[in-house]
Ligand binder design. Sequence first.
Ligand code: SF4
Length: 218
Amino acid sequence: MSETTPEGAILQRDKETWAIVPRTPMGMLSPDILERIAAVARKWNIPVIKITSGQRIALVGLREQDVEAVWADLGRDIGRATELCVHYVQACPGTAVCRLGVQDSLGLGAELEAKYVGVDFPAKIKMGVSGCPLSCGESKLRDVGVTGVKQGFNVHFGGNAGSRPRVGDQVGENLSRQEALDLVDALLTHYRVHARKRERTARFVERVGIESILAAVR
Ligand code: SF4
């Protein structure tokens, strides 16, 4: 194995093979995307294809020397999985198809994904957007969560589902779509400037207090 990590690849527990995760915003797929992934998996004998908790498709078990060519064949952007940046925005179907949806979670999720993909942060960021308070987009357990309600959107900040789970603080209620986007931006800008390196939003909120964050962004 070489000293350098192949671009967009994660070493697996066998310490020999690699996994890659193509970028699939909000888990939205199409026949073309699925056919391309299937063709690439067949061509390169990729042994494991796994849907992840972040609404992405992981291709697992690649040989190091194949990673670059597999990415070229996929023709898709890298879904970040280890870097200090936004890893993904997950979203439930919302008003696009769900009969219980009251807000457009897929549309708002797409807007957030496009806005923050490629932006560096002190630690990884995961976002969840839900189209109603049932929160199938896991909004309250993500660094940034937006939940549709009849009157608009609620915003949560500082959630985490890891080894020290934390329900995000509700920091906005009944906001318009633009107000929700502006609040998310203000929170992330503040976090970007004031958090320590590798400090997730949950730990940042615990350290400095949600009140101090809200005082700074309002
Ligand atoms: S959160 Fe609400 S809108 Fe979204 S999938 Fe669940 S029930 Fe449907």
